[in-house]
Design a protein around this ligand. Sequence first.
Ligand SMILES: Nc1nc2c(ncn2[C@@H]2O[C@H](COP(=O)(O)OP(=O)(O)OP(=O)(O)O)[C@@H](O)[C@H]2O)c(=O)[nH]1
Ligand SMILES: [Mg+2]
Length: 367
Amino acid sequence: MLLEEIRCIGCGALLQTKDPKKPGFIKEEVLEKRDLNDCLCLRCHNIQNYNKNAKVDVEANEYFEIVKNLIKKDCLIVNVVDVFDFNSTFIPFLNQYTNKNDLLIVGNKIDLYPKSIKHKKITDWMRLQINKAGFKIKDCILVSGKTGYNIEQLVRLIEKYRNKKDVYIVGTSNVGKSSIINAILRKYTDLQRDLVTTSVVPGTTLNAIRIPFFQDHKAIIDTPGLINPSQMTNMLSVEDLKYVLPKKEIKARIYQLDANQTVFIGGLASFSFVEGEHQPFVFYFSDQLKLHRTKYENKDSLYERQAGKLLVPPFDGKIDFEHTSITITEPKEIVISGLGFIVCKKPCKLEIATLKKVKVIVRDCLI
Ligand SMILES: Nc1nc2c(ncn2[C@@H]2O[C@H](COP(=O)(O)OP(=O)(O)OP(=O)(O)O)[C@@H](O)[C@H]2O)c(=O)[nH]1
Ligand SMILES: [Mg+2]
């Protein structure tokens, strides 16, 4: 086999021994010792063994072209979204490229939602958004690639709809496509370790990885994540991401607020209660993100003094905040895409400030 044809089993990049800075680099002496069907590039080796994450410069268009060409083929498409960041990980335009292939939608990371929440409420809400975007789907399921929750049900759905075809796992970067594949392999094979590389940094999978899985020799294929510029994870450093991305079930943090009070969410957003009667607001964010309460009139001076110190992440530099004014007349959840959400029960006027590209959404209460 020529080296130009061997791909890293962790990320799908073509292996090369010339340039350590480019994808797929492997030292010649390592390559000589390895089984060619089970080779990891240096980057995957470092992520898998030492948890050393490095951001690679990802070419959004290049990834999109790869995925677009893959899902044109006769296949079942499994589109993974992050249930904790649905609005920036669900990609309405994908609908144009499915070439009439059957489609399943998988909401991953359900382990992050409080156990008390009814899953049907989440799937009903997801189905509504999916229908609005004009998608015709075969089914929609919630799973956790991390805990293995509902993975067997997912495989049953895949078997039901794949009609002896290959199965492409696609979606935005960092939604957990590779983690789901590892969870499937853990349940259905005797593989002792994770096969494909996963990491907290978006852009981990660099090209298609074909894993023969079904008895008819058809495969599950991992694909590189599509890059959505308005996804919070694409705007932050590796260090910041460790604070922003929740690792376990998010816990409610209740703040009893009076009008003219502001709560900073790390240094990435602020929630100001502008008008309304004294009331509780429930914050759902990664517990690594510290919340700081202040008076509305003091918020700008606090930010000037404490950005990058008390108000972190981000750890480097200040943010150019964009403000959104919201009036609530009935119970709603305010979602700051990719960061978390706040439950508001009573009528009030609010002002949310966060990074310019990040979407702020008002939705009916899921909790
Ligand atoms: N809490 C939680 N975290 C998850 C879950 N699945 C994946 N993650 C985490 O999400 C991050 C991204 O996971 P990956 O599997 O690398 O995501 P991906 O979609 O393959 O990412 P790209 O290859 O960059 O497109 C990692 O830090 C995972 O540990 C899940 O079900 N629950
Ligand atoms: Mg991946």
